[in-house]
Ligand binder design. Structure first.
Ligand SMILES: [Zn+2]
Ligand SMILES: [Zn+2]
Length: 113
């Protein structure tokens, strides 16, 4: 399967809205959940895969300050807590897409509708 590339990415204070295509497939990735999902070496221990980032230390009003494309495969988010080393690949983002259609598809996978 080719690398997914979003049609549009919109930064909002409450998260990122990613449009996957022009047909209306889009989803809001909530800021806090996205920040917690960061897989960089500072947030996840590379050896053990253990999460180093404690949800309790994250500011409640965490928000993305800026978003930059990383090649054609992902994006880097600069967060209001000063963090900005994590790269979110489109593959991971699409796999974790929080829209109703994808969530439903994952929940009922294999059963067909
Ligand atoms: Zn990180
Ligand atoms: Zn989706």
């Amino acid at each position: 399967m080719p690398n997914p590339i979003p049609y549009a990415i919109n930064r909002r204070d409450d998260g990122l809205v990613i449009e996957w295509d022009r047909a209306g497939h889009q989803a809001l990735y909530p800021a806090r959940a996205l920040r917690l999902a960061c897989r960089c070496a500072a947030c996840v221990d590379e050896g053990s895969g253990r999460r180093m980032l404690e949800p309790a230390v994250l500011p409640a009003d965490i928000r993305p300050v800026s978003v930059a494309l990383v090649g054609t495969y992902g994006l880097r988010v600069q967060w209001s807590d000063g963090h900005g080393t994590g790269i979110y690949t489109f593959e991971h983002l699409l796999a974790a897409c929080p829209c109703e259609r994808c969530r439903g598809g994952r929940a009922t996978r294999g059963e067909g509708t």
